[in-house]
Design a binder for this molecule. Structure first.
Ligand code: ARG
Length: 576
């Protein structure tokens, strides 16, 4: 790789000056400079010498070479400019870029909708980010397994049963005299959820029914299976709509048969203790969970740097979300033995995952060399900066949000008088949502601005799609072309440099577990392509040599946009 070649030249030159050190070369954003090396600062610090002198010494000793021109910029940067030959080599590296197969197996857990409850926008980011990371891991050569991990074993399905029972239809649904569908569930759940806060007996009944199906009591267990089947079907439709797909459609319920086993592991290893009738595992490390002095004896105990013990068994014996997760790690290791398990959820679950991971490491449920990662994402806010809510303060349904974005896209397509079908509308709306979601730093909240995100101009998904469509159309008019790397203008070079940066962004995204760098690089590529396209006529180019150079750029740009969009799960339409 050409970057490594520059590193090698710098290291060798440093050696002739009697200096050992690691010289790292990165892409530069400075004008008139393609790469730069910032290592002189740290190396000089170690050697207690002057960084500028060091840089000048090293650059002064560089022997003539074919690919680069080195120079020093104050305070102590080494600037690297590609020669024509260097640029051609970079272009051929872009064409031949391959990511080697890795031996690690990454298991990725995202989406996580709760059956019985309609999905809301809180689930959107997990689907978007998780799907893109899964595709990134695959692109980089990892073996990947994905699991949606449904919340299918808790109260919501018990609440639905209690509501149907109260309305006198439960028996009929159980006996299939009435046929169950998603509308019945979508209607029953909100009613039940409201009633449980007002009617204690109803809440207790729902809890009882939950316990009954968890204990596999018939006919409730069989009916639970029916409820699950109906809602899984609905969830799969929504996933299709969002271009998210999974290897495993498992959930909390698949862990239930391992719950006793894992609880026993904690008991046998003496890692669990009883607390107020529940079983808990201490997971705090030194410096955490430090009791604060009480002002009066009956004040609740507060802690500095809190890391509460993890509850693994409730007093009523019902199963817990955390224990389901631990049992899931247990059976994932038994069946798949992954090197990494990566979870994507709302940032508010961070502490909970720290507790779970520590508990699993303590008990040996996760082997020492296995990595457990959790990425917590920020919330999607409205323009007022507060969590995106409906007018009456409720959660915005995922389907409602998609509808809203699709309606906006439809408006724009009508303005542009484009012929379109429903699928085009869906694809553009998806790209607006996904690009907006993924271009933001994962951990941060962001404002969901439909107008801005659906715009066909600026840093948006539709703009990227539009750029790709435009290239397709030009290419179809240019016809046959021969690969030609004899680039001769600054605009052409800028396109090549942004192609290289885009390819470079995948590894960075892997380290950061965030796609924002890929989105930025993709946008820069589209922008630089546009500058090149506006400056140089392509279709009417008469010079065959120049025409082949330009069409090479078209082809390379299209390939790389397509492959980046494939990672982001953004589809490119034929035209728009
Ligand atoms: N069902 C959960 C929720 O809606 C998300 C599941 C996340 N994954 C996990 N393994 N816990 O909050």
């Amino acid at each position: 790789m050409i970057k490594e070649e520059a590193e090698k030249i710098l290291t060798n030159s440093a050696k002739t000056c009697g200096i050992e050190g690691e010289f790292k070369v990165v892409f530069s954003n400075m004008p008139n400079c393609d790469f730069q090396c910032n290592s002189c600062f740290s190396i000089a610090k170690k050697l207690k010498s002057n960084p500028l002198e060091l840089a000048e010494n090293i650059v002064g000793k560089i022997l003539a070479n074919d690919y680069f021109e080195f120079s020093v910029a104050k305070p102590a940067f080494i600037n690297i400019k590609l020669s024509q030959k260097g640029l051609e080599r970079l272009a051929s590296e872009i064409v031949n870029k391959k990511f080697s197969k890795k031996k690690e197996h990454i298991f990725i857990d995202y989406g996580g909708p709760n059956l019985g409850k309609a999905m809301h926008i809180g689930h959107m980011r997990s689907f978007n980010i998780g799907e893109a990371l899964k595709r990134l891991y695959k692109k980089l050569g990892y073996k990947v397994t994905s699991d949606i991990f449904f919340g299918d074993w808790g109260m919501p399905l018990g609440l639905i049963m209690a509501m149907l029972e109260k309305e006198g239809t439960l028996e009929k649904y159980i006996s299939s005299e009435l046929s169950l569908n998603i509308e019945v569930m979508n209607e029953a759940y909100p009613k039940a959820s409201k009633l449980k806060d007002e009617d204690r007996a109803f809440k207790e009944r729902a809890e009882k029914l939950t316990l009954l199906f968890q204990n596999k009591q018939e006919p409730y267990y069989a009916f639970w299976k029916k409820l699950r089947e109906v809602s899984v079907k609905e969830a799969k439709n929504i996933c299709k709509l969002l271009d998210a797909d999974f290897d495993l459609w498992n959930g909390e319920s698949d862990a239930s048969e391992y719950i006793d086993t894992v609880i026993n592991i904690f008991k046998e290893k003496k890692l669990a203790r009883e607390s107020e009738g529940a079983l808990v595992v201490d997971v705090a490390v030194e410096g955490e969970q430090i009791p604060l002095p009480k002002k009066s004896p009956d004040e609740v105990q507060r802690y500095d740097n809190p890391m509460p013990p993890l509850i693994i068994q409730k007093s009523n014996g019902g199963e817990l979300y955390a224990t389901s997760d631990i049992a899931t790690i247990y059976y994932r290791n038994k069946l798949y033995n992954p090197d990494v398990i990566h979870y994507l959820t709302d940032g508010r679950q961070s502490q909970r995952f720290t507790q779970i991971f520590r508990a699993c490491k303590k008990a040996g449920i996760s082997p020492p060399n296995q990595q457990l990662w959790h990425t917590g994402f920020g919330t999607m806010n409205g323009k007022d900066g507060k969590a995106f809510k409906t007018r009456n303060g409720g959660n915005v349904g995922l389907l409602d949000l998609i509808d809203m974005v699709q309606a906006k896209v439809e408006e724009k397509l009508n303005q542009n008088k484009t012929d379109y079908d429903q699928n085009l509308k869906r694809i553009i709306a998806n790209s607006a949502i996904k690009f907006a979601d993924l271009s933001n730093v994962v951990e941060k909240d962001y404002v969901f601005d439909i107008d801005k995100f659906t715009s066909f101009e600026g840093k948006t998904g539709p703009y990227i799609q539009y750029t790709a469509c435009r290239i397709k159309s030009i290419l179809s008019k240019v016809g046959y072309f021969k690969e030609n790397f004899a680039f001769y203008s600054d605009e052409q070079k800028a396109v090549i440099m942004s192609l290289a940066k885009l390819q470079d962004s995948y590894q960075i995204a892997f380290c950061e577990k965030s796609l924002s760098g890929v989105c930025n690089a993709l946008y820069d590529l589209a922008k630089n392509f546009s500058t090149f396209y506006n400056a140089e006529h392509i279709i009417s180019e008469q010079d065959a040599n120049k025409k082949s150079i330009k069409s090479t750029l078209l082809k390379l740009t299209l390939n790389e946009i397509e492959s980046a969009c494939d990672v982001l799960a953004i589809e490119i339409p034929d035209k728009m």
